[in-house]
Design a protein around this ligand. Structure first.
Ligand SMILES: Cc1cc2nc3c(=O)[nH]c(=O)nc-3n(C[C@H](O)[C@H](O)[C@H](O)COP(=O)(O)O)c2cc1C
Length: 360
């Protein structure tokens, strides 16, 4: 008798592993496992409205199984960088509608990343107002492209502020669905507002929104639940940085917060969890390894890896079931046709920071 191989051809090239379809949720089937990572390009127009040049930039990359847009701010005070797009005003929703239309025309799928930077803002962006954060903990360093301004100390969010921030994320999700997005990614990573609640360095609160793993996770979970109520769990992903690595210092007790959070997310049936990290091999003492391995060990749903992957390293991580999907950031800036190159075994153009000056 000839044995039948029920698992299909054994993968030998990155293409065979990465270009297989994958379903993160029953209503969402991706044509391949390649994701375009969210990347701020600071090219929005007047009123933080997405432009047709942005629509064409994303449409050129529609070969990805899933595109995730650059962070789109859910409220005017969520801005920390110049010319980032918003998702809170009617003209912004209209601009995004053109982006989703072009991506869908090319056969792609796209989630919008919902963003609020919290303390990583500056009165410079807020008509003189002080940025909002879980606690009044100063951020050191200088605001990029501001002529050398230093970050300062944010004001602690009141209970009323917190309620309104949660609503802003929910409204952003509803606006994204109205603009034709296939779903939304909650930006809970990289030291921005949601992440500021999740780490001891930036959350000193002793009320219900801090003080314990459950308290420190409460804001992230409130946002998740409010966004799920507007978009449906199968259309919601979240990006997390359990290893504080950007705009943040780590603390030995942070791991307990993320263990609690991931246990709660486990019951929410989201589309995915996505690791926010620049270099996936970074080891965090407090996590006992990489951020990616920590998320894999404490969350059983779909995991998107990211941070310095090549097609080869991505294929071996998918094959080893360390991740389910892989997000490429800088390689997608340098190679709009990344998926075709993987399919054809073509070498990739190297990324160069100068490429950020143009939306190509
Ligand atoms: C120019 C640039 C802008 C970025 N903007 C965002 C962003 O808006 N949201 C986010 O979650 N990550 C952002 N990132 C991080 C990327 O999503 C990604 O995690 C990182 O670039 C590592 O992946 P890579 O090595 O494949 O580029 C940005 C990265 C770059 C290079």
């Amino acid at each position: 008798m000839i044995p039948t191989n029920t698992s299909g051809p054994s993968p030998t090239s990155p293409a065979e592993t990465l270009l297989r379809p994958y379903s993160p949720s029953p209503s969402l089937t991706l044509t391949n496992r390649v994701v375009m990572a969210p990347m701020t390009r600071s090219m929005a127009g007047e009123g933080l409205v997405p432009t047709t040049a942005m629509a064409e930039y994303y449409a050129r990359r529609a070969g990805a199984g899933l595109l995730i847009t650059e962070g789109a701010i859910v409220r005017a005070d969520g801005q920390g960088y110049p010319d980032v797009p918003g998702i809170f005003a009617p003209a912004q929703v209209e601009g995004w509608s053109e982006v989703t239309r072009r991506i869908h025309e090319e056969g792609g799928r796209v989630f919008l990343q919902l963003w609020h930077v919290g303390r990583v803002s500056h009165p410079f962006y807020l008509d003189g107002a002080v940025p909002i954060a879980p606690s009044a903990v100063a951020l050191e360093g200088r605001v990029p492209r501001s002529g050398g301004l230093e970050y300062g100390t944010p004001r602690e969010a009141s209970l009323d502020d917190i309620e309104r921030l949660v609503e802003a994320f929910a409204d952003g999700a509803a606006n994204a669905i109205a603009a034709g997005f296939d779903g939304v990614e909650i930006h809970g990573a990289n030291g921005y507002l949601i992440d500021q609640f999740l780490h001891h360095h930036t959350n000193l609160r002793q009320d219900a929104w801090g003080g314990s793993p459950a308290g420190m996770s409460r804001f992230a979970l409130a946002v998740v639940d409010a966004v799920v109520a507007r978009a449906g769990a199968e259309r919601v992903g979240i990006r997390l940085s359990p290893g504080a690595y950007f705009n943040m210092q780590s603390h030995p007790d942070d791991a307990a917060v993320f263990r609690y959070l991931l246990g709660e997310l486990e019951t929410r049936q989201l589309a995915y969890v996505h690791v926010g990290i620049f270099e996936r091999t970074t080891v965090f003492e407090g996590l006992g390894g990489t951020a990616e391995a920590f998320l894999r060990n404490h969350y059983s749903g779909t995991l998107i890896g990211s941070g310095g992957y090549t097609p080869e390293s991505a294929a071996s991580a998918v094959k080893a079931e360390e991740i389910d999907l892989v997000a490429f950031g800088r390689p997608f800036i340098a190679n709009p046709d990344l998926v075709a190159r993987i399919r054809d075994g073509q070498p990739l153009e190297p990324y160069d920071e100068e490429m950020l000056a143009r939306l190509e």
